[in-house]
Ligand binder design. Structure first.
Ligand code: FES
Ligand SMILES: [Fe+2]
Length: 368
């Protein structure tokens, strides 16, 4: 019954999503179709524009959707095509290259780098050929603040969803950010991606789980602001901590913000610190496995000595342990659904509301 999945808009009345959603294959499949197929996904930053090659193969959500894509760069412009040959479906580009055309190594079909069919041997007698179906499919790609997002079948406008970030951080020095690949890390977590996101979406656990982080921020005025498919947690500095740079006109100008933890539905976290941005890109691998890519973008307009991400690794390890423990608990026959703290879990509640609305509200036959 879909009522079993109902998330009341009133946090004081609401129950969390049922444990089955985190533990049963049927719901993982449902989320894959209803959450990830229509989603916008993180691609990376302006490092693509300085990459040595102009054709870069990319997989849309590896291990979850696995759509083969091809990123094509024309000077400062990036576009996204299908990486599947329209003849008999061979992957076209297996490793980065800078060839002037896109050519298939199976039977020699060729495409222009904008995806248009160009040539095919031994097809002179094939009727009604070529047609637009023989071109490579083009996918939407968005450039936002020097970062790129890509979608297969987008159901919503990512620009609108990201606009609260722009409003809060209008003066943030995005253009000075540079990727630091040596600091990028991948974590493998033995838990469902939803449990990872739930944990990210509340600071309620900070005093219990993150003693070091708790010494850097003030827990009393930790704040959550909820927007459409996007929300932010705001942690303020204890004395001695460096704040996120803000200017007059930014809504929190004058306050010492330790971090903005932005969650962008369904699986992206953009964490703003004084030294730059840490991105967590959450990739569901199976019901019990999640991969999280931590990507570091450092500001180049501040001294190197101002950079301090040492606590991020510790915080992540602490989070991982608790999320893996939650996954075991979700498997218990004793646990069905929980409740929310109205003062501390607004972000988790908003996430469950997004999921209810996107996945369960219009679904029939979803009885466990
Ligand atoms: S599959 Fe590409 S040319 Fe045949
Ligand atoms: Fe945490």
């Amino acid at each position: 019954m879909k009522e079993d999945f109902y998330i009341d808009p009133d946090i004081c009345k609401a129950y969390t999503l049922p444990a089955d959603v985190y533990t049963k294959q049927k719901y993982a499949d449902m989320l894959r179709h209803k959450v990830f197929l229509p989603s916008w996904q993180w691609l990376g930053g302006k490092e693509y524009l300085s990459a040595p090659h102009t054709q870069i193969p990319h997989t849309f959500l590896p291990g979850c959707i696995d759509e083969p894509l091809l990123l094509v760069r024309h000077q400062e412009h990036l576009s996204c095509l299908s990486n599947v040959c329209t003849h008999r479906a061979k992957i076209l580009v297996e490793s980065p290259t800078s060839k002037p055309l896109i050519s298939c190594s199976y039977h020699g079909r060729c495409f222009h780098t904008d995806g248009r069919f160009r040539s095919m041997p031994e097809f002179e007698d094939t009727q009604d050929f070529p047609t637009p179906k023989d071109d490579l499919k083009k996918y939407p790609l968005l450039s936002w603040k020097n970062f790129f997002f890509v979608a297969l079948q987008p159901k919503y406008d990512i620009d609108t969803i990201l606009s609260p970030i722009q409003k809060h951080l209008g003066s943030f020095p995005f253009s000075s950010l540079e990727a630091e690949p040596t600091l990028h890390k991948t974590y493998h977590i033995k838990a469902n991606w939803l449990a990872y996101c739930d944990n990210y979406l509340e600071g309620f656990h900070i005093p219990y789980v993150h003693p070091a982080l708790n010494k850097a921020i003030t827990y009393e005025d930790y704040e959550v602001r909820v927007f459409d498919h996007c929300n932010v947690q705001i942690a303020r500095c204890k004395p001695g901590q460096k704040p996120v740079p803000l200017q007059p006109g930014d809504p929190d100008f004058g306050q010492n913000i330790f971090a903005y933890y932005w969650f962008v539905y369904p699986n992206l976290m953009l964490n703003f610190y004084h030294w730059g941005i840490s991105v967590n890109w959450v990739i569901p691998k199976s019901i019990h496995e999640t991969e999280v890519r931590f990507l570091t973008y450092k500001r180049k307009d501040i001294p190197e000595s101002d950079f301090a991400d040492t606590a991020l690794d510790l915080t992540e390890t602490e989070d991982e342990a608790v999320v893996e423990s939650v996954q075991k608990g979700l498997m218990s026959e004793a646990y069905q659904r929980g409740r929310f703290s109205p003062t501390r879990e607004q972000g988790v509640h908003a996430f469950h509301r997004y999921l209810y609305t996107e996945v369960f509200a219009d679904s029939e036959n979803i009885a466990p």
